[in-house]
Write a protein that binds this ligand. Sequence first.
Ligand code: FE2
Length: 222
Amino acid sequence: MSSNWASWNNPGNGVWKADSSTLDLTVEANFQEASAWVTAVVGRPCEGHERRVAELTLKLAIAADLIHNERDVRQIVWAGLLHDIGKAAIDPRILNKPAALTPAEFDVIQQHPGLGYRLARTAPQIDDETLDGILYHHERWDGEGYPMGLIGESIPLLARLLKVTDVYDALVSDRPYRAAWTADEAATYLLQHSGMAFDPRLIQIFAYRVLPFHQQQGFPLD
Ligand SMILES: [Fe+2]
C-alpha cells in the first residue's frame, strides 16, 4: 500500500492499537448514540442496511489500517448510519418504485445526499468529516457521480469507503426492482468497476481482505 495512505484525521499517527473489547465498546456506544439521534429526528430507528454499511465500513477501514483513534470509529459509525438519512425527505413512492426510475425521479433521488447533509448539520455532535461522508457518498472515482462530480482523491476518504460498502450491501440485498445478488456476483461487480465507480485501492482491500472473512466468526466486529 502506498506510504502516503493515511487516515483522514491523523495522517502522521499510527494505527489505533485498541484491544477488541475497547473497540467493541466504542463502536456500540456510538451505534446507540447515533441510532437514538436518528430515531428522534426522523421518527424511525436505523435500518438493517444502514447498520450493515457502518459495520462493513469499519471492517474495510480496519483492513486498510485507517483506524487511528476513537474519532475515526465515531465518524464511520455516524456516517454509516446517517448516510441515507436524506431519503426521509423523499417521496417513498419514488424510493420504493418497483421499476426503473424516470429521469425526473432520478433527479429527486439525487437530492438525498444534500438533504441528509443539511439535516445532519443540525446536530452539534456531528463533525465536518462525518458531514462530508454523508454529502459525498454517491461520488464516483471517475467523476461521474453526484452531487458534485468530484474526481479521485478529491472525494473525501470517508465517502470513498462508504461508496464501496453501500453499493456492496445494496447488491446483496433484495430491492423492489430486483432480487439480491450473491456475494460472488457483487464482488465481481465491484472489481469490474474498480477505478470507475470506486477507489481501486479500497476495492482491492475489500475484495481480497474483507469479503473472504466477512461471514466468518471471530473476524473483527463480528
Ligand atoms: Fe445514498
